[in-house]
Design a protein around this ligand. Structure first.
Ligand SMILES: *Cc1c(COP(=O)(O)O)cnc(C)c1O
Length: 399
């Protein structure tokens, strides 16, 4: 019996991709090995994070980096760094920010449940812009002048959620922020691939960038990266690391935390609840090395062949299959199954519900269910699961 069966659970077929609620991405064998090796010995976490910082800096072009417990945690730590800087008294007070700047400007159209990470640190979001295209009321979106107009004495920084279609472009928002001496924190959690984004957002002037470690990088599901300016990474590190040491003895690696920048030794910070273990740090670094070097490209070719097999195995007069490229060919291709809901006698929602309830349970991509489309994302589908996946799809697509 496997560990999940021991707990009374049956493993599922995840055809949704590396989503958190289904356990993130599968870790490659080399990453699992790195995890096991990390667990077998002990090191100083401060020194390990300093070594991680150098690796992350080399891969991203940023001055420094930190391994976090996810991109959302990276957004929390990045916000904490922007709010408190390297002032231990401010670190101590978070999430209460009375008396110092704590407004973070964000485009209204970039708001989501994930910005809870920013609000949790005590920041108050100040919204700018409209998305008139989505509102079906026009053609305009958030514009740079609106950011400039929102900046005032209480502004701490700008939050920017990056996607290839984010508006206005990151460079324009960076220019607004830097003209006012403010920092830009970028959420790019799921914006890998393309691999170039590891460097391009930093190159565009972002002060801090957050990536997920458990998505395309295929690190531990509870890992992430915060990279950017070394003074901000130092603040984030000081607010996350365990501080239960004597000030007389505390000797953090100067490349990660510059003790002289801090007026004193901070106590446990608001990020202490976001700790990462040595295993996550080492495994994430191995996964980052593999991702950044292009080691996953071969898998992508294999995955495409798998999708083609699934598409040709689906035999239903009510289903039309199409393989679609994502991210200009840089992302895993997806299989879209468009349903003729009338002739099938079932909605895509109903098919999705029945697939989840069947044996084995199958979770398909659900982003386009309202249009009657099921999505098969092959990233987390293992070879031995393909047959079961096709069988279950055929059962539910032939009523
Ligand atoms: C996935 C995601 C997150 C959260 O990332 P975790 O690594 O799971 O914490 C945050 N923001 C966006 C836009 C995401 O897609």
């Amino acid at each position: 019996m496997g560990v999940y069966e021991d707990l009374g659970l049956q493993p599922i077929i995840n055809a949704s991709g590396a989503v958190t609620r289904l356990g993130g991405a599968p870790m490659p064998e080399a990453v699992q090995q790195a995890w096991r090796d990390a667990a077998a010995a002990t090191v100083s976490i401060e020194q390990l994070q300093a070594a991680a910082s150098a690796r992350i800096a080399a891969v991203t072009g940023a001055e420094a980096g930190l391994v976090t417990s996810g991109a959302a945690a990276a957004m929390m730590l990045g916000t904490a760094a922007i709010l408190a800087g390297n002032d231990p008294a401010r670190m101590e007070r978070l999430p209460h920010c009375d008396g110092f700047p704590h407004e973070m400007v964000i485009a209204r159209e970039q708001r989501s449940g994930y910005d809870h990470a920013v609000r949790a640190e005590g920041a108050r979001l100040v919204e700018v812009g409209f998305h008139e295209i989505v509102a079906n009321a026009g053609v305009r979106r958030a514009e740079a002048w609106e950011y400039r107009a929102a900046i005032g004495p209480n502004t701490a920084g700008i939050v920017y959620v990056y996607s290839p279609t984010s508006c206005p472009p990151l460079e324009e928002v960076v220019a607004c922020a830097h003209a006012a001496g403010l920092s830009v924190l970028v959420d790019a959690a799921g914006e890998l691939p393309p691999r170039e984004n590891l460097r391009s957002l930093i190159a565009a002037g972002a002060d801090l960038v957050a990536f997920s470690g458990g998505k395309a990088i295929r690190g531990p599901q509870s890992s992430g990266i915060l990279c950017g300016r070394s003074d901000l990474i130092a603040s984030a590190a000081a607010q996350m690391l365990d501080m239960d040491d004597h000030p007389e003895l505390w000797n953090p690696p100067s490349k990660l935390i510059n003790r002289d920048l801090l007026g004193g030794m901070p106590r446990h910070g608001i990020g202490r609840a976001l700790k990462v273990g040595k295993e996550e740090i080492v495994a994430l670094l191995k996964a980052l090395e593999l991702f950044a070097s292009g080691a996953y490209a071969e898998d992508d070719a294999r995955t495409r062949a798998r999708l083609e097999r699934i598409a040709s195995a689906i035999k239903s007069p009510a289903a039309r299959c199409a393989i679609r490229e994502t991210r200009g060919g840089a992302g895993a291709p997806l299989l879209e199954i468009a349903l003729d809901e009338k002739s099938l006698g079932r909605t895509a929602f109903e098919v999705c519900r029945r697939l989840r309830a069947g044996t084995p349970a199958v979770y398909v991509g659900h982003g386009r269910l309202p249009e009657g489309i099921l999505i098969i994302n092959p990233t987390c589908v293992r070879e031995e699961q393909v047959e079961g996946l096709c069988r279950r799809l055929n059962e539910e697509l032939n009523s």
